[in-house]
Design a protein around this ligand. Structure first.
Ligand code: NAD
Ligand code: ZN
Ligand code: ZN
Length: 440
């Protein structure tokens, strides 16, 4: 599939962009550690050239913190097309500014900054509204434009259908359009509280705001990974009267109860999730949010269809949400889907007047300043409540396997490099993936 998609894309002409993915190597030939993709379930820590300023708007970061996201698992499973061997992954990272290009005016060498997972141009129709993930000018993929009608922004470390930019699971990274894609972090905010502004904090916030959670709402959250756990917290902060989380990983269900005090449904026990929800809330949920993953079909019907490549994605969670919400309720999809799913319950969608909302790739720039200032710095939202492990970048390949298997209660991980500070008080100490993953 990867090879076919690459051949198709190679035969289409790359779209015009204002930034380019290839970087120049540092003139002294220095090397860095980076996590690269080689095939499904085959990722490796490799030596790669340290990047240098390639375009005048570039910033080069020394990475002080990076991590793995549920979206990286789609790449790990080979579910996102147009991956190429040697692609450097990672889209959630922060660092210290090492070099700036001549056009960079508002970021200085030595500053601590977080990068947004998307690369925005800063000038287009969408960027002017801070809808950075929907930037028109940073993703050269003709395949994406063909499949979706338009292209999203380019993303760091996320295949050639999102622009082919090398990512931040590395010791150094080149950030194109550094004037707009970096957020300076005040000294008093430690790395462990800042890094997730790259992605999961704004993403989960966007899911809740965009799906319209209001005071008094009853909210169901499918998936209690980092996105679901944060979305549940945001729903509480937005005044939800009850939040119910659905998953099957025992440690995640326990964390949701313990840290958030929400009700949970274990779908390995209650396989008919809508039935259970409608027993609890006969009128139905006001809001449902899909924070799960499309590569784990539950039913034989969709396992078979996926295996036979009759569908790329699966509609099970969408259907569960449509049936579980009340008439004229809202269902949001923040989980990343990529292609087609068969058998969507379009009848229930229409007859019940359900508002099904594709939340899109979250526009990080729209929210990150507000989230830092009003929620993280005030302590209203402490991102570290889901942080379970800290590991060195040398362990990144093993971390993919452990995070994929969800072993040893792994929820969110801070990955350190040679440039990282010591762990902050109350945050996980350094450990090795072999130590904790083998105990499971
Ligand atoms: N739209 C965006 O901007 C954006 C950004 C980041 C992540 N994401 C997506 O959000 C999703 C969640 O990310 P994460 O980091 O929390 O991932 P994760 O893989 O750690 O967590 C997903 C959770 O969903 C659960 N799950 C799987 N199938 C389920 C089902 N049928 N019902 C209920 N739960 C189910 C899993 O057990 C797991 O705990 C992923 O799809 C990711 O790609 C989207
Ligand atoms: Zn992500
Ligand atoms: Zn733009």
């Amino acid at each position: 599939m990867q090879a076919t998609a690459n051949i198709v894309q190679d035969h289409m002409q790359n779209l015009e962009t204002k930034v380019h993915p290839e970087y120049k190597p540092a003139p002294d030939g220095s090397q860095m550690k980076a996590l690269a993709w080689f095939g499904a379930k085959d990722v490796r820590v490799v030596d790669a050239p340290v990047p240098t300023i390639t375009e005048p708007d570039d910033v080069i970061l020394k990475v002080t913190g990076t991590t793995i996201c549920g979206s990286d698992l789609h790449l790990y499973h080979g579910e996102i097309l147009t991956m190429q061997k040697g692609d450097i992954l990672g889209h959630e990272f922060m660092g210290i500014v090492d070099k700036v290009g001549p056009n960079v005016t508002n970021i200085k060498v030595g500053q601590r900054v977080v990068a947004s997972f998307q690369i925005a141009c800063g000038d287009c129709h969408f960027c002017k509204q801070k809808l950075s993930s929907f930037c028109d000018w940073t993703n050269n993929s003709p395949l994406q434009a063909k499949l979706y009608g338009q292209r999203d922004a380019g993303f760091f470390g996320y295949s050639h259908i999102t622009g082919g930019f090398p990512g931040g699971q590395a010791e150094f990274v080149r950030v194109p359009k550094g004037n707009v894609n970096l957020l300076p972090i005040p000294d008093e905010v430690p790395d462990e509280k800042a890094i997730y502004l790259s992605d999961i904090i704004p993403t989960s916030y966007h899911a809740v705001v965009d799906t319209g959670v209001k005071d008094g709402d009853v909210v169901g959250i499918w998936g209690l990974g980092p996105i679901g756990m944060y979305a549940a917290k945001w729903a509480q902060l937005k005044g939800a009267s009850r939040v119910i989380g659905i998953d099957r990983v025992p440690e995640r269900l326990a964390m949701a109860k313990e840290k958030l005090g929400i009700e949970t449904i274990d779908f390995s026990v209650h396989s008919d999730v809508p039935k259970k929800i409608l027993e609890l809330f006969p009128r139905g949920l006001d809001v449902a949010i899909d924070c799960g993953t499309f590569h784990e079909p539950k039913t034989m019907m969709h396992k078979v269809q996926k295996m036979m490549m009759l569908e790329t994605d699966n509609p099970e969670t969408i259907n569960e949400m449509i049936v579980s919400v009340r008439k004229m309720g809202r269902a949001g999809i923040i989980a990343a889907y990529s292609g087609f799913a068969n058998g969507v319950n379009v009848g229930a969608l229409m007859e019940k007047g359900v508002r099904l909302i594709g939340n899109g790739q979250a526009p990080v720039h729209l929210y990150w300043e507000e989230l830092l200032r009003d929620y993280i710095m005030t302590g209203k939202f402490d991102p570290t409540f889901i942080l379970t492990h800290r590991v060195p970048i040398e362990d990144m390949a093993k971390l993919y396997a452990a995070f994929n298997q969800r072993v040893a209660g792994v929820e969110k991980v801070f990955v350190q490099t040679q440039f990282s500070s010591l762990p902050s008080p109350g945050c996980p100490k350094l450990s090795r993936v072999d130590e904790w993953s083998s105990k499971n």
